[in-house]
Design a protein around this ligand. Structure first.
Ligand code: MN
Length: 202
């Protein structure tokens, strides 16, 4: 079965004022759709790849046939990264972390403030397009990746991530990436982040 863009689990305006409605329309309906279309086109050339989830293709990227490997890396990555991104945000989100992830953040970073500082510094410094991540690797770590590279390719499970491609923030924040990074925490869906944390440990 072909890969599909998951429907946005809230209204396009639901993340206002932190992420504007027009950005959500373009980002979800156009950018994410393009990654899915390109991924499906690559799989059409190698139908055996259709048996695997996009996540598994990324975990085993070196087993993907070379003629479509870069396409799967970029567009499979784009699909998986954005599918996570929509789910870990929600209207009236943010606030302090809750549940088991709150305890683990305290353990690995000292405090939520320390995590945010480390995450936002790293994501602000990511040169060009990419993502900032909180990943699980036996402990929580902040990393960044370029382009649509997924932490799954490095054996890390992405607990949460923020998109720092200009398409994610430029209409509202223009060149002010740090302002977007600071505002973005007001959208986080901690219940969903806890679900991912459970999956990561499982
Ligand atoms: Mn994006």
């Amino acid at each position: 079965m072909a890969h599909e863009v998951p429907p946005l689990p809230y209204d396009y305006s639901g993340l206002e004022p932190h992420i504007d409605t027009q950005t959500m329309h373009l980002h979800h309906d156009k950018h994410h759709q393009a990654y899915v279309n390109n991924l499906n086109a690559a799989i059409e050339k190698h139908p055996e790849l259709g048996k695997h989830s996009a996540e598994d293709l990324l975990r085993n990227i070196n087993s993907v046939p070379e003629d479509v490997r870069t396409t799967v890396r970029n567009n499979g990555g784009g699909h998986v990264n954005h599918s996570m991104f929509w789910a870990i945000m929600k209207p009236s989100g943010g606030g302090d972390p809750t549940g088991p992830i709150a305890d683990q953040i305290k353990k690995d970073f000292g405090s939520f403030e320390d995590l945010k500082k480390q995450f936002n510094d790293a994501a602000a410094k990511q040169f060009g397009s990419g993502w900032g991540w909180l990943v699980w690797d036996g402990k929580l770590k902040v990393i960044t990746t370029a382009n649509q590279d997924s932490p799954l390719m490095q054996g890390h499970f992405p607990i949460l991530g923020n998109d720092v491609w200009e398409h994610a923030y430029y209409l509202k924040y223009q060149n002010r990436r740090p302002e977007y990074l600071a505002a973005w925490w007001n959208t986080v869906n901690w219940a969903e982040v806890n679900k991912r944390f459970e999956q990561a440990k499982g």
